[in-house]
Design a protein around this ligand. Sequence first.
Ligand code: TEU
Length: 584
Amino acid sequence: MREDAIGTAGSAAPDCSRDAWWTSAVVYQVYVRSFADSNADGVGDLPGLLAHLDYLGDLGVDVIWLSPVYRSPQKDNGYDVSDYQDVDPLFGSLEQLDELIHAIHSRGMRLIMDLVVNHTSDEHPWFIESRDRTAKADWYFWRDARPGAAPGAPGSEPNNWGSAFSGPAWEWSPARGQYYLHLFSVGQPDLNWDNPEVREAVFEMMGWWLDRGVDGFRLDVINFISKDPALPDGPVTPTGFGDGMPYFSYGPQIHAYLAEMKHRVFASRPGSYLTVGEMPGVTPEQARHFTDRRRGQLAMVLQFDHVALDHAGDKWTERAITVRDLRDTLARWQDALGEEGWNSLYWSNHDQPRVVSRFGNDRYYWRQSATALATVLHLQRGTPFIYQGEELGMTNVPFAAIGSFRDVETLNYYQDATGRLGQHAAVVLRILRRKSRDNARTPMQWSGEPGAGFTDGEPWIPINPNHRWINATSQTADPDSIYGYYRSLIALRHSDPIVVHGAFAVLDIEPPSLYAFSRQLGEQRLDIYANLSDTPAPVGVVEPELGLDDIVLGNYVSGARREGLLQPWEARVYRRRWPAPMPG
Ligand code: TEU
């Protein structure tokens, strides 16, 4: 029987049961390098995180997702791993990670590690041995130049795929006399998962981390690990390179490899683990297969449909979107994974611009829009993810010049756009300020002090100047702050079973700026209404049956609420009986 056939879930342990602990959990992503610096070297580290665990506990989060802290040359800020079983000295030591794991568990929280196994660093010993053919010769994708083409010359690459970080997805290695595949940066060669030795080495390492006490993994671009063996050319895009996604984002062996991972890594262990598969390009139907609890392949996936809505072809070309676009995209995922699978819910992470700047109004309705967006996300069915600083309403950054950026994706794009593509630097800078991943990577804003409470040294990336008024110190004691509202949302999830288990349904009411849906469990229902616009919105259709007294949570103070009208960026959560009891 196929490994991933339904019915093998009995051996499934990522815990994929209907009431698995993570279905009521809230996950908080810590991008360690920017979270808290304990030794004044300008880079966040593990002791810095340890010192702020109570902040996370007070917020109410259940799981901490730790971005990569493995030994790495840091060409992609740790997503280029050179030793999976050691901590980079930049962040601390294995002993300090053990101490952190213990401290997290002692607070009743859990830790999942970010595992990057689609590719390694080009400085990983595995790659060096493979390059030098001393061993592991086919642990990576090595191919000759196109027949008849001069090796190393542009256009002689084995196929026309472009890298996600600009340029071709192949790099010539004079030492080996062949090209190697890198879907991301040159320093991130793709592992050949078709080689059972590769899978064995990865599974062994994953087990080593579970035995060290981690509670699961966020699996980086895990849907990319199975490629079409023919590695065929893809359709040419405006970048001039081919799009390889159709040939590597849902390859022929992906379910077999994830079923093997489940069996080899988790099934033999008694624990209850959380596995989150990051899957650029995954469809709702594919995700239903991956997260079907009867197969137990993955607990959930991180999908990209809603965070690609404002992309016109690529992320650097923008298009305007509507509230209905956002609502209908997320509703499609709610419907697709309603019964068999499970959704992750996120606006932000270390790769995305800050949500209050992207989908909200960080100038005139900063607090209102941040909390309205949080409401519509956290009250959907699924596991919510909070990215560090999102709970404070941290915004995009007014980067002064290209020299202020650090991200390899950003810097490569700037060089390619202003060079090969001939775009004007000022035009490119404007889009970088809106879309660069560095918007999410500036230091956590703990206080209004010069180092934002993040560091006493020179920060590795400039601190957002607005830390003087957007910071944890100014919010943690204020129940009406964005932080205070996130705490209330998390508390509602932890106290009301409708939030975890209630069936989702869109409430298709006018005006178009309204994002409205219901969650029903038995005869109890929550109705969520959010006016995601700068303009007041009438909700007359709602009010006759529901009154202000039925509101269990809202982002406007009760005195500012108006019967039948939602203020700009006002969100309300009503509780009702449904079907409504007969009058009298
Ligand atoms: O990101 C995968 C991915 O698809 C990214 O290319 C993302 O779409 C892009 O950054 C959006 O601008 C994962 C990690 O989250 C990212 O930080 C890494 O750079 C990448 O994989 C390679 O490991």
